[in-house]
Design a binder for this molecule. Structure first.
Ligand SMILES: CC/C=C\C/C=C\C/C=C\CC/C=C/CC(=O)SCCNC(=O)CCNC(=O)[C@H](O)C(C)(C)COP(=O)(O)OP(=O)(O)OC[C@H]1O[C@@H](n2cnc3c(N)ncnc32)[C@H](O)[C@@H]1OP(=O)(O)O
Length: 253
């Protein structure tokens, strides 16, 4: 993770080649970096982007969920939950500068921000059903809060990956920006949020999102149990094995 401050804005660049997949160690690093910025009194905003060409993030590392060690799987999911709590509940203004593909967990990271700008000709969405797995309730809540129930329900069932244009049309992202302008526009959008007094913006964000974060807090242990029980089922393991194979075939084909 490349993290630096530009005046009162923290910039976090995901930099885990080849695809910024989020494994236990990288999620832990991500959480520490965001918590550090959150606790920095001089930091008013955070921009999240990718240091890699063409990929924002491939989402959760599938290898963490395939033939897993159960203790590690629990730690992994705890860090996934914490990342969402940290980002969706962040007091600082957040902008996702999506400069590449953003499937599943990559999409969730961006949906947890306050504003999303995206470069053209990429794809974004919660594609979990395509892997034979299920987006948990707090993934569904986050996309539903962004694009509305009907569109979210349809997209979740299909595991639909939106093109940048489709994502803009349904409100999954807010703006399409050429890749060379994405950071400049992220700063412009940040300035618009800074024009509002921080406490008023923070209380308003909290009013909108707190009920969803409280829901996960209340069900956090059960959610981890559900995840571990679900992922370790033979049928789910088979489906994930097939999906990994299909990724490799697509590469060689
Ligand atoms: C009753 C039950 C109720 C509730 C259920 C309870 C709990 C919920 C259960 C489960 C929820 C779990 C949630 C999961 C969310 C996720 O994030 S899952 C991850 C989904 N991600 C994807 O599907 C992305 C797959 N990747 C791609 O589409 C492409 O790789 C991508 C477009 C990102 C890049 O394409 P390209 O540049 O062509 O690169 P390659 O495809 O060649 O990939 C390079 C190597 O990277 C490997 N890789 C790709 N993605 C991942 C990944 N996510 N994890 C691990 N590894 C990945 C790929 O295999 C290549 O590896 P290789 O070089 O061949 O070794």
């Amino acid at each position: 993770m490349l993290t630096f401050k530009e005046s009162c804005i923290g910039v976090m660049k995901l930099s885990k080649p080849p695809v910024n997949s989020l494994n236990l160690e990288y999620l832990t690093e991500f959480n520490i970096a965001i918590e550090k910025l959150e606790n920095d009194k001089s930091c008013r905003g955070v921009i999240i982007t990718s240091a890699l060409p063409k990929i924002f993030s491939a989402g959760l590392d599938i290898l963490e969920m395939y033939q897993p060690n159960t203790d590690r799987l629990r730690q992994f999911w705890t860090q996934v939950q914490q990342l969402w709590i940290n980002l969706y509940g962040s007091q600082v203004a957040t902008v996702a500068a999506i400069n590449g593909h953003a499937p599943a967990g990559g999409c969730l990271v961006s949906l947890s921000c306050d504003y999303r700008i995206m470069a053209p000709n990429y794809t974004i969405g919660l594609n979990e059903t395509q892997l034979g797995i299920v987006a948990p309730f707090w993934f569904s809540d986050t996309i539903t809060n962004t694009i509305g129930f009907r569109k979210a329900e349809r997209a979740l069932q299909l595991g639909y990956m939106f093109t940048t244009d489709e994502a803009k049309a349904c409100g999954l992202i807010d703006k399409i920006v050429p890749p060379d302008q994405i950071m400049a526009v992220a700063h412009e959008e940040m300035k618009k949020m800074f024009a509002v007094p921080d406490f008023a913006r923070q209380i308003t964000k909290n009013q909108c999102r707190k009920q969803f974060i409280d829901k996960l807090h209340a069900k956090r242990d059960a959610d981890t149990d559900n995840f571990v029980n679900f992922i370790t089922k033979d049928s789910i393991q088979k489906a994930m094995g097939k999906y990994l194979e299909s990724l490799k075939k697509r590469k060689s084909g």
